[in-house]
Design a binder for this molecule. Structure first.
Ligand code: G6P
Ligand code: MG
Length: 220
């Protein structure tokens, strides 16, 4: 039986991918690297340092660790300017009422994100109090598809992994959920997220009853 739901943040609760893109784009331009929205897809669910490495690979550049740390910090400063302007209106449609429905049904809720800015974003969106546990980029050492972030979430909630469902928009995140032995709902395009147990375009037309029906159907 379902006891807990674990949510990714970027692309599931809020569309921060656009802000990540604008901030990376600005940095890439300064480095003379042509960085496109298509490239940005590669950065979803990926840590800040790994994202920078991917951009440098695209531009064929090699930099020292010190230079890379400075650039990653610079990107984050620009990103934070966007984040600090965010408010509740940027919560994706239906997700807040879905989480509220879970809580009313005594299902525990956690955040499982690679972002070091996750708590700040939850505060800006005024939904920090909806989460029984927050596992973010400051708490994990292994990036998705490693299951660490979701296993930590389950442990903090004191729920066994088999009783957890993960909501994810990134391929690496879906793999992480599967590596954790959890049922996974993909948010987005079914052709990209085909490994998930269930794929929905968003939460607008979704509820607990539908989730439970799909979990029963799935041989899971
Ligand atoms: C999420 C996003 C990634 C981002 C990562 C780190 O996984 O999908 O695009 O790079 O978090 O975010 P941060 O806020 O720590 O730079
Ligand atoms: Mg995501």
């Amino acid at each position: 039986t379902l006891k807990a739901c674990l949510f990714d943040l970027d692309g599931v609760i809020v569309d921060t991918a656009r802000y990540h893109f604008l901030a990376w784009k600005q940095l890439a331009e300064q480095l003379g690297i042509d960085f496109t929205e298509e490239h940005n897809e590669l950065l979803k669910g990926v840590s800040r340092m790994r994202s920078l490495d991917i951009i440098l690979e695209i531009g064929g550049k090699t930099l020292s660790e010190e230079e890379k740390t400075a650039l990653a910090n610079k990107k984050n400063e620009v990103y934070l300017e966007y984040i600090l302007k965010m408010d509740e209106s940027e919560i994706l449609p239906g997700v807040k009422s879905f989480i509220t429905e879970l809580k009313n049904n005594h299902i525990r809720v956690a955040l499982g994100s690679a972002s070091k800015n996750a708590r700040l974003i939850l505060k800006r969106l005024n939904i920090e109090n909806l989460f029984d546990a927050v596992i973010d980029g400051n708490k994990v050492s292994e990036a998705k598809p490693d299951p660490e972030v979701f296993l930590n979430g389950a442990a903090e909630l004191q729920v066994e992994p088999e009783a957890c469902v993960v909501f994810e928009d990134a391929v690496a995140g879906i793999e992480a959920a599967q590596n954790a032995g959890m049922f996974c709902v993909g948010i987005g395009d079914i052709t990209i997220l085909k490994k998930a147990n269930l794929v929905i375009p968003g939460f607008a037309d979704f509820n607990l009853e539908k989730l439970q029906a799909c979990m029963q159907e799935d041989s899971y």
